[in-house]
Design a protein around this ligand. Sequence first.
Ligand SMILES: [Zn+2]
Length: 204
Amino acid sequence: MPSPVGHTIAGLAVALISQKRKNRRYIFPIILCVFFATVPDFDFIPGLLMNRPALFHGDLTHSIGFAFVISAVAAVSLRLKGLSILSTFTLGFTSYLTHLLLDLFNPDGRPPYGIPLLWPISETYYLSPWTMFTGVQHASSTSTTTLDFLRQVITFHNIKAIGVEILLVTPISILIIWLRHKYASKAGKIRSEGVWKENRAKMQ
Ligand SMILES: [Zn+2]
């Protein structure tokens, strides 16, 4: 799996892509998107409480079905300032999908390899044959204890893996944000030129 750093950058990118330049209400979308981009890995928590951190990791929380349900529940129950139910759902769901996408392109050293992406439609675990990241190592098996988990997390390999994530995810995110705002301002310009011509025609 990529680390929370890679997932946080992807969540931030979703928040910034969704914002219009004139409407800079970033704080709620940023909190929402970063939360949803990282929340699938909260599946470590029940395992941590049982001294087996990886026991539930990479299971149903890593599926489109779960992403849909949790985004819908959040959209209906949260009332975020300046965000409609549909916007909250779209931001949450998209951010959640970035997590699944990054995990798909990550090496997985522990069976079942990959994530149950299409659950509940299919229970197959999917993993891209082509990996983008070097992968954060954390637990060699679901029976790994919390102490061994921590020993396996704090390594030079994982520091390098986080560096690779930053180097890969940041430029891709910046490029998508730039393209989004470039085409949004172009579309706005064409629209305002159209309105100006329409008004001019009415005056003549
Ligand atoms: Zn994950």
